[in-house]
Design a protein. Structure first.
Length: 949
């Protein structure tokens, strides 16, 4: 800073933004420069311990009606101008005059903007936050202001960014030092508190009761914050990221103070732990990328799915690593560059709309190669055909054009009956082009022959312009998104509407089918993303978190994730489903004849899976790779039941010819055939020692077999109903029976008598599983209830809060700490995981387009398997999913994992005072006295660089 500058900064603002100006004034003058940066020579001068004086008109000379001599003197005596941007300041005559005069002094490169409200370069003048002189130099040339959005970064980080601009020091360098200073202050405070606490305990003696009361209050506050985390979770706010931060604020490991550690017994707070685990396991948001300065309207995945491109009205296009979020490559274009983007078929180029034309971005040379300009108005959408031969462009000039990419010439041009074209999409076979057009009160979707340009079909019925189009992967269906807030799905060959989605509250601009065709995902200006069943339109999930309207949506080719862009220039990367996908069991190109799945189970060592079908094969799979390794069966005989022997060497199959076949798992040889049943065999189970096999049949009879002798021991008549399921207790002394009347009972093996009945008279039980210690059992009912029972007393212990769909499968984790339910209705199937200690729902995952009827958990508790997977075809039988690692972690490890996840997401690591207004339960939580923001619960857990962003 030059020596003759009296003020380090001049704050220009509208008096309607007075409170923000006062905060900034005080924060800047009190901001301490880290000792390692003091004396550093920068382009702005040598740094000192403090920034120095800051001018704000009310503080120095009061408001004046015009730029009088004192304001003039203050402007001339200020090194930097900081403009508080809002719709108020954009309309302020005095703010405009101050900016103009400061730039006339030749210091236009020393102007910084802090966005408080509104939008920069907004189409609606009432939303514009940049005063006009801020966007232009004195010679009239347009400039992009250096702006910091306090809503995006929070006050603390926005302040650091402004200071870095004032001092002309790299932001990362300044932020790192700032974090180091704050952490040092926190460590000193914690050390003093701990020392004082030790002295207090020593001195008080009887004060133990007072400390106990303090600890109880802390526990109660933790539970209150945990319940708030549940509310945020249920509302879908921020897609679990905010819920996760609130759960961390609840101090789940009880490590915030020595008192909490002592009185929580080192186990932490269970409710807070459950909320943290639930938010972490159920999240679909992977990463937040503040990618562009203005709206990002272009988005496309590379053909290999490893990267994606975004383009924006800020005239840049950027390529990102889809897994890490790392920026890989970027380019800058001309006026109105970046409204739409699409990858070439081979992934070597990206086509980007630029005003009335198209630019080809050659990724090898990083050069832009222009196409001939043929449109007379802005291009708002473009698409590449699947075969890589054609490019389509949609323009506000009322035409859509089809280009031959080999010649770079237009081969067909179609005209809108309405005012404009707003969207284009090629069919999967590249033979048909869909266009979306519209005007006030009318929106139409039309299909055109790519080769001839002939109109093939028109779909009408939406009341505003069609802003997005998407074809199903098989080309049978087309979805159209309209400015009237609706999405319609159309049967292309039949020419009729399948259904209409009306859930969005604002125009829908992003639209895509998942690559497996199971989901239709929509992104709206109402800031939400909705996942629906592609076949029925039934809602599956709602995701939120964007702070501005959404503009584009694109799936990765493998369907495991998708990306959304928004009007604020922020990108979000999402998992398509919550949970941790491992692999699918999918038949190779074989002629194996399959029926419906009847049984699925893990081998004792967890390395193999056995799937039984209502046809002539039982299939053996590698649990790690999902590869089919062997088949067992008799030609012409259906298999209705299967079981692994406990030592893993044998496989038992229950056949439609009323026999039980025992097979050598290693060689596939038939070892034994057990005879005796008079009806089809429906269930099989071994005792834990493998000495006895029990089999159930259609007539309600259970047979006990001595496996060493290969003969029947006895027959038990369980009732008149077909036996659906048999299970031995872990000690092998009793077994449970579930019949097709929905009745569950417990039997003693030695006496062969019924011990007890599980469930209530009104329950129609569809699923049953004993806990590892055999003291408890869970039942799933047709009415959608998951209940846990005391086996000895038959007393109901817990009723879990499920999604309400009929439960057809249930299982305990091997340690008994988790209960897993598979359910479904006409709209799809769900997997839910519950904490048996707290009863909390830890994970809810949409798993299938059909009800989930079979489910198994790996012996080591790390994964589970279910049938009817989402988007399955006639060769995909089941999916294996890993149970989230956080389920098995200690409370301290869970906190660390949650903090690392928020950091990886690029999500906020602390709450602000603005958050406190929305969530009053934060009142009383530790606050940073300098910024007023809440201290991050991850401070001391994450490294310094986590906070330097």
């Amino acid at each position: 800073m030059a020596v003759d500058f009296k003020y380090r900064a001049f704050i220009s603002y509208s008096h309607a933004d007075h409170k923000s100006a006062v905060w900034l004034h005080k924060a800047l003058e009190k901001y301490p420069i880290h000792k390692k940066l003091v004396g550093l020579q920068t382009p702005a001068g040598k740094t000192s311990r403090r920034l120095g004086r800051v001018f704000r008109d009310e503080a120095e000379i009061g408001a004046v009606p015009e730029l009088g001599p004192k304001i003039e003197a203050a402007l001339q005596s200020s090194d930097t101008l900081i403009v508080l941007c809002s719709p108020n300041s954009a309309q302020s005559e005095w703010v405009a005059k101050e900016i103009t005069r400061f730039k006339e002094l030749g210091r236009q490169n020393r102007v910084l903007a802090l966005i408080l409200d509104g939008e920069p370069n907004a189409l609606d003048p009432a939303e514009e936050c940049f005063p006009e002189p801020l966007k232009r130099n004195p010679d009239g040339t347009r400039v992009q202001p250096l702006a910091v959005d306090v809503r995006k970064f929070g006050r603390e980080d926005a302040l650091v960014r402004l200071v870095s601009g004032i001092l002309d020091i790299e932001y990362d360098q300044l932020k790192q030092r700032d974090v180091q200073r704050r952490r040092a202050e926190m460590r000193r405070a914690q050390a003093l508190f701990a020392a004082g606490l030790v002295l207090l305990i020593s001195a008080l003696g009887a004060g133990f009761l007072a400390l106990r009361g303090f600890a109880d209050l802390a526990h109660a506050k933790s539970d209150t914050l945990a319940r708030e985390a549940k509310i945020i979770f249920d509302n879908g706010e921020g897609d679990k990221a905010k819920s996760l931060l609130m759960a961390l604020q609840a101090d789940p490991a009880a490590n915030r103070s020595l008192i909490r550690q002592v009185f929580s017994g080192g186990k932490g707070y269970p409710l807070a732990q459950a909320r943290l685990v639930s938010a972490h396991a159920s999240r679909q948001l992977e990463r937040i990328l503040p990618a562009h300065q203005t709206a990002a309207d272009g988005l496309a995945f590379a053909p290999d799915g490893r990267s994606f491109v975004t383009s924006s009205w800020d005239r840049t296009a950027k390529i990102w690593d889809a897994s890490t979020g790392e920026l890989l490559q970027s380019v800058r274009g001309g006026e109105e560059f970046g409204v739409a983007a699409a990858y070439s078929h081979d992934g070597t180029s990206i086509y980007i709309a630029e005003k009335f034309g198209v630019q080809q971005w050659d990724l090898a040379t990083n050069q832009l190669i222009p196409f001939e300009t043929v449109h007379t108005a802005i291009i708002v959408d473009l698409a590449i055909s699947r075969n890589g031969r054609f490019l389509a462009t949609a323009s506000w000039d009322g035409t859509a054009k089809i280009w031959d990419l080999s010649t770079r010439q237009v081969v067909n041009s179609v005209v809108a009956d309405e005012n404009i074209f707003a969207s284009v999409a090629f069919s999967p076979d590249s033979r048909t082009l869909a266009t979306g057009s519209g005007d006030i009160g009318k929106g139409e979707t039309k299909l055109w022959d790519v080769a001839t340009g002939t109109l093939l079909q028109t779909f009408s019925g939406q009341a505003e312009t069609i802003y997005a189009l998407a074809w199903s992967p098989d080309g049978k269906y087309l979805a159209s998104a309209s400015g009237d807030n609706t999405v319609k799905a159309w049967d292309v060959s039949g020419g009729f509407e399948l259904y209409t989605l009306r859930a969005h509250q604002d125009m829908v601009r992003g639209l895509a089918f998942s690559p497996d065709g199971a989901l239709l995902v929509t992104a709206s200006a109402d800031k939400t993303i909705r996942l629906s069943s592609a076949l029925t339109g039934h809602p599956v999930a709602v995701l939120s978190g964007h702070h501005a309207g959404l503009s584009r949506l694109a799936f990765a080719p493998n369907g495991q994730r998708f990306v959304t862009t928004s009007a604020e220039g922020v990108i979000r990367i999402w998992k398509t489903r919550a949970g941790d996908f491992a692999t699918r069991l999918r038949l190779p190109g074989s002629n194996v004849n399959l029926g419906p799945i009847e049984t699925i189970s893990y081998s004792t060592d967890g390395k193999q899976l056995l799937v039984g079908h209502g046809h002539e094969h039982a299939l053996l799979w590698d649990a790690e790779t999902g590869a089919l390794t062997d088949t067992f069966g008799i030609p012409g005989e259906s298999i209705y039941a299967t079981a692994f022997s406990p030592d893993g060497t044998r496989i038992a199959t229950g056949m439609s010819d009323r026999t039980i076949r025992i097979w050598n798992k290693q060689t596939g040889d038939l070892l034994q055939t057990l005879l005796g049943h008079d009806a089809h065999i429906t269930s099989l189970a071994y005792t834990p020692d493998g000495a006895t096999l029990i089999s159930g049949d259609l007539g309600g009879y259970a047979f006990l077999w001595d496996m060493s002798a290969g003969r029947m021991q006895s027959i038990i008549e369980t009732g008149i109903y077909m036996i659906d399921e048999l299970r031995f207790a872990p000690d092998g002394q009793s077994f449970t029976v579930l019949n097709n009347a929905g009745e569950a009972s417990n039997w003693d093996l030695a006496t062969e008598k019924q011990i007890s009945r599980l469930g209530e008279e009104a329950d129609h039980i569809e699923a049953l599983h004993l806990s590892p210690d055999r003291h408890s059992a869970i039942t799933g009912t047709a009415s959608g209830q998951l209940k846990e029972w005391d086996v000895a007393t038959q007393a109901l212990r817990t009723t879990y809060a499920t999604n309400g769909a009929s439960i057809y499968a249930a299982a305990y984790a091997p340690n008994g700490e988790l209960a897993i339910a598979g359910s479904g209705d006409n709209y799809g199937g769900w997997v839910e995981v519950f904490d048996t200690g707290t009863g909390e729902n830890l994970l809810k995952m949409f798993g299938s387009t059909m009800p989930i009827s079979h489910l198994a958990v790996a012996p080591d508790g790390t994964s589970f398997l279910f049938n009817n997977p989402l988007g399955s075809d006639d060769k995909t039988l089941a999916e294996i999913w890993r149970l989230p690692e956080i389920f098995r972690a200690t409370p301290g490890e869970q906190v660390r994992m949650a903090c690392e996840t928020l950091w990886a997401m690029n999500a906020p690591l602390h709450f602000t005072q603005a958050d406190a207004q929305a969530h009053p339960v934060l009142t009383g939580e530790p606050v940073d006295p300098e910024t007023g923001d809440f201290i991050s619960p991850c401070l001391g857990i994450l490294p310094d660089e986590a906070f330097a962003r």
